[in-house]
Design a protein around this ligand. Structure first.
Ligand code: SF4
Length: 207
């Protein structure tokens, strides 16, 4: 997934350095939530974004230049990104040889979206959670936890592999490694992955 030998080797020979393992693209800054400490300064009013053609070209070039088959999508909320009549699921459909992992707040994964994700098959959501209901709602907004549970239900229903993304702070560090939290992931059958991030020490204090 991270590079075909046949394409990596000529790249290294030509440029004298290793290409990236993978590229993370943030196609747009718009987001429907207002989380405390949003790393991207996203909001519903922030319209900064890349054009579809640019994003598609980057994905294509990571493949053509060093044979990458894996791209990470961040944001803003990737499911809010629209450009040139296309969205993030269209991007996955247009690059069937690339596997995409998308960080998402999960709140926009309704039945239609889950079914489209199942259809393309190469875009997996990593849904952000801060812990259990209390912690997620405290940082992400009232009711977000229950919307995430509904998103997970929709993804399971359509057989879409998904995971979670957890940012550890001083507020939730103990909880997110507790049996209680692991039980939560098992109960909701988070089948694919769980990524833990730590904030920089200053940010951790501020959060
Ligand atoms: S969901 Fe992500 S991008 Fe949106 S406000 Fe929260 S942290 Fe920022």
């Amino acid at each position: 997934m991270l590079g075909e030998k046949e394409r990596r080797a000529p790249f290294i020979k030509k440029f004298n350095f290793e290409p990236p393992g993978f590229v993370t693209i943030s196609p747009g800054k718009r987001c429907n939530l207002h989380c405390i400490g949003c790393y991207a300064s996203s909001s519903s009013a922030n319209a900064e974004k890349l054009d579809y053609d640019i994003v598609s070209r980057i994905v294509q070039e990571t493949h053509d230049s060093w044979g990458s088959h894996f791209t990470v999508i961040s944001g803003g909320e990737p499911l809010m990104w629209r450009s040139q009549g296309k969205d993030i699921i269209n991007l996955a459909a247009d690059h069937p040889y690339t596997f995409f992992m998308m960080y998402t707040n999960g709140t926009l994964i309704n039945e239609t979206t889950a079914s489209r994700l199942a259809e393309v098959g190469n875009l997996t959501p990593a849904i952000s959670v801060e812990g259990l209901e209390k912690e997620t709602d405290a940082r992400r907004g009232q009711g977000v936890h229950s919307r995430i549970l509904k998103a997970m239900e929709n993804l399971r229903h359509y057989g879409v592999p998904f995971g979670i993304s957890v940012t550890a702070t001083k507020e939730n560090a103990d909880l997110v490694v507790s049996d209680e939290f692991i039980d939560f992931t098992s109960r909701n059958r988070v089948p694919f992955m769980a990524g833990y991030f730590n904030t920089c020490p200053l940010a951790a204090v501020l959060l």
